[in-house]
Design a binder for this molecule. Structure first.
Ligand SMILES: [Zn+2]
Length: 202
């Protein structure tokens, strides 16, 4: 007797992550431009969680709202995120397979950034094992590249590539340079702050 394979939805439910129960905060201003007019774009994410997404009518930023608290995100990234990706894709994702995907992504990202990037410094927010940061830094001959990520295990690989590493989230950091926007960053403003002492904006 054979049993049907579980679907992605069943695998995700088996993880037991309760999105509704996560502590959240509601944003009444756009995290980038601080204007207050939004449009509701989505009520569910690809995992089936009831994640509400708004778009700012002034600057176009798309952001999750209400958004999980920093503590809830820290817990999510350390305990649930990789398992969730694996459940969604149907197979466990080792860091090696994550890195293979990042090599392809770095090529596409580099092509996209080509007309816009000068030389300087790079901060990759949510930069995982550093494959993308290294590829972009090499391609554009950047002086310095830093990977910011909440996973110590992934940062070990970034450090082994010779990159600077910072454990944590963007809310706790300031850094100049071009950035790769991570869709999970709850507050975008620190990304766009002008570095202290600099004349050119990031
Ligand atoms: Zn805005």
């Amino acid at each position: 007797m054979t049993f049907p394979k579980p679907t992605a939805q069943e695998r995700i439910e088996a993880l037991g992550f309760d999105y509704r129960a996560q502590p959240k905060r509601r944003l009444d201003k756009c995290p980038l431009c601080a204007n207050r007019e939004f449009v509701s774009l989505a009520r569910q994410d690809r995992y089936g969680f009831p994640v509400r997404t708004d778009g700012c009518l002034t600057c176009g930023l798309v952001f999750i709202n209400p958004v999980m608290t920093d503590e809830a995100y820290a817990e999510f990234y350390s305990r649930t995120y990789r398992d969730l990706i694996a459940a969604y894709g149907g197979k466990p994702k080792s860091l090696d397979s994550v890195e293979r995907g990042q090599v392809r992504y770095a090529k596409l990202l580099g092509d996209y950034l080509e007309p816009h990037v000068g030389t300087g410094m790079l901060l990759d927010v949510g930069g995982s094992t550093g494959v993308v940061a290294q590829a972009i830094a090499d391609r554009f001959r950047l002086r310095e590249a830093t990977v910011l990520d909440p996973s110590a295990e992934e940062l070990e690989r970034a450090a082994a590539r010779g990159l600077n590493t910072a454990l944590g989230t963007i809310e706790e950091r300031r850094h100049p340079g071009p950035v790769r926007r991570d869709p999970h960053v709850p507050d975008a403003r620190p990304l766009y702050r002008r570095p202290e002492g600099s004349r050119e904006g990031p």
